[in-house]
Ligand binder design. Structure first.
Ligand code: SAJ
Length: 476
């Protein structure tokens, strides 16, 4: 009597090597993945699956013309799509029944949170994708989840849905794995080729089959095999660690403000500690943490520990360090409100009726990506206390966002820098003071962009994140 994995191995041996690959979800994860699979000589063809929905259906025709539907610069992607479509190695369809032709299927479907506070991820799109895949997969297929998911999902909910829809048994009649994406907008192809790839199966046979799928697309990246759950924890933890490092820098900044110290001097000092086995990754304090990775991945990790961790044990009643880090990073926009109110108070003003110029709406410098921008809670809080906020951002094309810096600065009682766009490093104190028309305009620097002394000399009231050495300066 063959054990489960021996049975699965014999089914795979009969099926032969992976030839046809399906990728579900033609977004910024699925499209480069499909193009790179199609470009690998080891594989015969790739089918991209995209729901023909009102919001995304247009991608199908574009992709079949070899065009990329992704916004922004993605070096090499459009050429690669033209090449593989032209070679007949890649096509896109909304006909999910074609999954039956695939030896391997990768799901690249987004998993946002409806509301991070209740830790309930919105798996509805992923669920629909899994049901579609389960409906059409055949014996010996490999199913891989690439989306960032709560630890326990692959071996739990995903396995259950796939088995229920297909009538097949995971680990015995088909392979199941998690291989988290590590792509960053603007370098999608490079990330997939060059980053090491975590590949985690629900069993050894699944892991090995997933390694066969991903090894051909790596150039300098290496395969790092592990279990599916370990792969889910790795992905969520690698971002939770980054969020934690940023929170540590933010905490230090708040302490330095209280102690009258320049946090950037302290950062330079700490960073100078080098040498064998010494590691100090001091990141940068700032106005807050935005984006779609760090704002949710810690909660996926926490939820995994709560759902999976039967005997989870740490200081009871205490928040985990990742939860404390999230709360501190979410606090930083409120600290920017505090600095603004303190600056206005020094100028003899209250927030009601004050004109605030907010510089930077994107969540990250020199980008148009506004997802979960920390500027949003700041704007809401300032409007709640009666201020009028005008937003400038040279990269963001949204209704309330201006591209005219002088116009946005005119009549400002306070100028608040939220994003370190390169344009803001050229801000001129004297010119800004003239535009404000105020005797003592306020400037709040959330990203260490301006020189405090230049603005103080020009008569500004300065406050900066972590600038305990300047935040109580004499007014000129
Ligand atoms: N931020 C700080 N201080 C820092 C670094 C970032 O306040 O020292 C803020 C940024 O202003 C931004 C937010 O944190 O609002 C996120 O910045 P990020 O550089 O982490 O950019 P993301 O969100 O695009 O993170 C992605 C992640 N990549 C993937 O999930 C595949 C993250 O794991 C990468 O480390 C990061 O890119 C990167 O290094 O570029």
């Amino acid at each position: 009597m063959l054990c489960m994995s021996e049975r699965l191995q014999s089914i795979i041996d009969q099926r032969g090597p992976i030839r046809t690959i399906g990728v579900i979800g033609m977004g910024y994860v699925g499209i480069p993945a499909a193009a790179l699979f199609a470009d690998a000589p080891e594989f015969d063809s790739v089918i991209g699956f995209q729901r023909d929905s009102a919001s995304s259906g247009y991608k199908i025709a574009m992709l079949n013309r070899g065009e990329s539907p992704l916004k922004g610069e993605e070096p090499g992607l459009e050429e690669l799509l033209t090449k593989v479509v032209g070679a007949g190695k890649f096509r896109c369809t909304s006909d999910f029944s074609k999954i039956a032709e695939c030896d391997a299927v990768a799901l690249a479907i987004q998993t946002p949170f409806l509301d991070p506070k209740d830790l309930i991820p919105d798996f509805s799109a992923l669920n629909e994708g899994l049901r579609n895949v389960g409906r059409y997969i055949t014996e010996g297929v490999l199913v891989v989840l690439e989306s960032t998911i709560t630890p326990g999902t692959t071996a739990g909910m995903a396995r259950e849905v796939l088995e229920a829809e297909s009538g097949l048994v995971a680990g015995e009649e088909f392979c199941l794995a998690h291989a988290p994406e590590r792509v960053m907008v603007g370098r999608l192809l490079r990330n997939i080729r060059e980053h090491d790839r975590i590949v985690g199966g629900i069993d050894e046979v699944s892991t090995a089959r997933a390694v066969e799928l991903y090894r051909p697309v790596l150039t300098t990246g290496k395969i790092i095999p592990m279990t599916a759950t370990a792969a889910e924890v790795t992905k969520t933890a690698e971002n939770a660690f980054r969020d934690l490092q940023i929170a540590a820098a933010n905490q230090l900044a708040l302490h330095c403000e209280a102690m009258g110290v320049n946090v950037y001097d302290v950062r330079t000092g700490i960073d100078s500690l080098k040498g064998e086995g010494i590691t100090r990754a001091v990141l940068w304090p700032g106005a807050g943490v935005g984006g779609h990775c760090l704002t949710k991945d810690s909660w996926h990790l926490e939820r995994g520990a709560q759902v999976l961790g039967g005997d989870l044990w740490y200081p009871h009643g205490e928040e985990s360090v990742f939860g404390v880090a999230r709360a501190l990073n979410e606090f930083m926009p409120r600290h920017m409100v505090h600095l603004t109110l303190e600056g206005l108070r020094r100028a003899g003003k209250g927030p009601a009726g004050a004109t605030i110029t907010l510089l930077g709406w994107a969540f990250i410098q020199n980008s148009d990506d506004t997802r979960n921008t920390p500027a949003e809670p700041y704007l809401a809080a300032m409007e709640d206390v009666g201020a009028e906020v005008r937003v400038h951002d040279p990269f963001v094309d949204e209704i309330e966002v201006s591209h005219d810096l002088d116009e946005t600065l005119a009549g400002a009682d306070a100028v608040v820098i939220f994003t370190a766009h390169r344009h803001y490093f050229a801000l001129e104190a004297a010119q800004m003071k003239a535009l404000s028309g105020e005797e003592h305009p306020v400037i709040i620097d959330g990203r260490n962009v301006v020189d405090p002394d230049a603005f103080i000399r020009a008569g500004f009231i300065y406050k900066g994140i972590g600038r305990g050495d300047k935040n109580s300066h004499p007014i000129r």
